[in-house]
Design a protein around this ligand. Sequence first.
Ligand code: HEM
Length: 385
Amino acid sequence: MTVHYDPFSEQTLADPASNYQRLHREAPVHYIEDHDPPFYTLSRYADVEAALQDGVTYSSEWGQGPNFTPPMGMLSNPPQHTYYRRLVQPAFTPAAIAALAPRIEALARDLLDNVADKTAFDVHDDYAFPLPVIIISELLGVPEEDIHLFKDWSDASVEAMGAEDPAPWAEKMKAMAAYQLNQIEERRAADNPPNDLITMLVKVRRDGKPLADEQLLSVINQLLVGGNETTTSLITNCVWRLLERRALWERVVADPNLIDTAIEESLRFDPPVLGLYRTTTREVTLRGVTVPENTKVMLHYAAANRDARIFPDPDVFSLDRPATRHMAFGLGVHFCLGAELARLEARLALKALIDRRPNLTLENAGERIKPFFLWGRRKLPVKAA
Ligand code: HEM
């Protein structure tokens, strides 16, 4: 029997995980032909892991999305990828991330103060959305009064990345690029530019020359867009699952040491990035299926995270799972640069929420965010006594 798996169907969009066990069993290498361009999905843990470790065969040169885009900044293979990753790495060392903890705690406190007298609020709108975008904007050096612009632009970026035709988002992409170029120009012209990531990138010299505008924009965008909606989704998804089975929430309230376990299980069970793409540089035959050269392959992190060969009872959200080796942040040379920042933000956000609002209950599960390769809630309304 052939498995028909359509990542764009209403049913899959509403509940992506409903197909994963069938995919593992019956179509671990699956061809999605009714998409332009058509692509393959790999769903078994071992296959996703092997592909992520073989960047020569599964190349990052043509973008992480379903469409072919030219290599840029970190969206490329070594050695170009290594060069750009090393540029920004100093801002993401364990010490640099740990130093952000007081600011993240203060921001979580402020956001919860804003809803302190409300018996109903929205975990997404009031809490999980503003927190990461403010932190990453502060790191980059985006002025506070402009941060709100990035919600719209960053949502448009991810929608454009997943769309067959990105044209409807072109205007917003242009506006975001123009804004960032202006930020870059201001720093180039300043005698004493602010001490932030954009200034650091503007000061870089390669063979004596500054980086080209489009390379600077690519790196800035990857930080802004890559670290924004994903971290919002992590916080929202985690709170959603704990409140959905409220006994789990109560366990975490009673024992905050479980916060990290809850976050890792959320990353396994509901990874904010369901999968990203590589492009084959040669013909590959895997599990009896031949994937041609120069073809897009979606590495299905979310499906790999539900592979029963690795995770017993994969479809159960459990706080008793031993340390998991989930794929939510990818693997190999492209392993998420912001993973520790995302974890810290989620940890401190969850801690502040259970401290201040231990009596939360779920009003409803809201609806999912739009792009088919991302997984998070656009709303998460809750009530609190
Ligand atoms: C829960 C939150 C997050 C998730 C689920 C996530 C997920 C991912 C995944 C799956 C990749 C691998 C891409 C690939 O295989 O091609 C990645 C890469 C990346 N992420 Fe994240 N990310 C998160 C948060 C962040 C944050 C907070 C930042 C920065 C502020 C960030 C910046 C990056 C960058 C720069 C890369 C590219 C790394 C490279 O290609 O070497 N991410 N992320």
